[in-house]
Design a protein around this ligand. Structure first.
Ligand code: COS
Length: 388
């Protein structure tokens, strides 16, 4: 089991994050929605709390929580808008974990301290205009030129690209191998000549988060930029998948945090709002909606925690991570829908929080692998286990 941070220190951190989410972040949500950005004073408080380095090992300046601790802490943080989590999310998760998991000691020393402090934002560049779910089909090319590689291609929907100091970029180093086998992972500083980050995308929800296209035109990097060093050429797809496994547990946790928030909002509304002479929470059909939310939430939380324990114990949890991401994010979608329904007409109005949370939560079923990709992973592994 990964040690994680000392349990007393962790409990204190958990209390601090819980309070920060409720007292500092939730009151700032409307401002984030209007300004479509996270205020800088909140970003500096996040840095001071060490949130950018939550999962970075202590020896590289981070807090070094393990996955079971992450499952509790991210739930507390995600009681507030998911946009706050996104600001630290690529440093804690997909942007940095490739380096943490497979990087050389020199790569870790060069990048992780600045990632942990939040001085450098790390961004994960896998998805392309023509390759989203089919991640092994990526076409961005890294052509060898002596001891360098020259990268050309376009990445799409790259979270925190406009804020990035470094990208982990997945590119095809062997044009003769069409699938997963020809892909390598590179560490590419964002100021390398030839990189253009496009204007942030306009989105349905999660205002304050930033995604953009990133265009690579003759971007030259040394072979030592390959994650794990030159010998790990053509191993990048496996790095991406390992990063996404941990990321999928993280996204399941986010769904639980938001699920609790939406259930609390719906419960408060059911107690306040009166129809037919009594609070709507006393009507059995509304009780049915609340009960279904609570049951989904309890099941989702139990699954996230069980999967986090499996990942921690066994060092991987591919099937379980997909089940978790699939169940928890679909459950959050159902909770959002019922919570909005309990609000009636008010739920459709922007002045009520549930309208925003409903839009925000929708993305959880798409990013870091759609529900359909999770179904595919689950079914393939279930069949393979049976076939031996
Ligand atoms: N951990 C480690 N290795 C993994 C892995 C995992 N979770 N999943 C797959 N691999 C390995 C496989 O073992 C295989 O290696 P070997 O050939 O040595 O056995 C290799 O990677 C290729 O795997 P596979 O054949 O399963 O690849 P597919 O092209 O069929 O696709 C899916 C796999 C569809 C599951 C993958 O492309 C995927 O997850 N797509 C979604 C991408 C995604 O989440 N995008 C979001 C981007 S971030 S917002």
């Amino acid at each position: 089991m990964a040690a994680g941070v000392d349990s007393d220190v962790f409990e204190q951190l958990l209390v601090a994050v819980d309070r920060f989410a409720r007292e500092r972040l939730i009151p700032a949500e409307k401002r984030v929605e209007e300004e479509d950005d996270i205020p800088e004073d909140i970003v500096s408080e996040m840095k001071d709390m060490g949130l950018f380095g939550l999962s970075t090992p202590e020896e590289y300046g981070g807090i070094g929580i393990n996955v079971p601790q992450e499952a509790r802490l991210i739930e507390a943080l995600c009681y507030a808008s998911l946009s706050f989590r996104s600001r630290i999310g690529t440093n804690v998760g997909i942007g940095s974990q490739g380096i943490v998991m497979d990087g050389t000691p020199e790569q870790k020393q060069s990048w992780l301290p600045a990632v942990a402090s939040g001085d450098v934002i790390a961004s994960f560049a896998l998805t392309e205009p023509d390759n989203g779910s089919d991640a092994a089909g990526i076409r961005t090319a890294a052509r060898r030129d002596g001891s360098d590689f020259v990268i050309n291609g376009t990445k799409r929907y790259i979270t925190n690209a406009v804020r990035a100091g470094v990208f982990t970029v997945f590119a095809r180093t062997d044009p003769d191998k069409p699938g997963a086998d020809g892909v390598s992972a590179f560490i590419v500083p964002a100021d390398t000549p030839g990189i253009t980050v496009a204007k942030p995308d306009k989105k349905l929800g999660q205002k304050g988060t930033k995604t953009s296209d990133v265009i690579f035109e003759d971007v030259r990097v040394p072979e030592t930029a390959i994650i794990g060093g030159p010998d790990r050429i053509n191993q990048g797809f496996r790095t991406a998948m390992k990063v996404l496994d941990r990321g999928r547990i993280h996204v399941g946790t986010m769904a639980v945090g938001q699920g609790q928030r939406m259930l609390d909002i719906a419960t408060d509304y059911a107690l306040e709002r009166k129809q037919f002479g009594k609070p709507i929470g006393e009507h059995q059909l509304v009780q049915g909606l609340l009960a279904d939310c609570q049951a989904d939430l309890q099941a989702a939380r139990a699954l996230v925690r069980a999967t986090a324990d499996t990942f921690d114990r066994e060092g991987k949890a591919i099937l379980e991570a997909s089940c978790t991401k699939y169940f928890c994010t679909e459950a959050a979608g159902r909770i959002a829908d019922r919570a909005l329904q309990i609000h009636g007409g008010a739920g459709y109005m922007a002045e009520y929080d549930i309208e925003r949370l409903y839009r925000d939560i929708r993305l959880l079923r798409i990013y870091e692998g759609t529900s359909q990709i999770q179904q595919l992973v689950i079914a393939r592994r279930t069949l393979a286990d049976r076939m031996g």
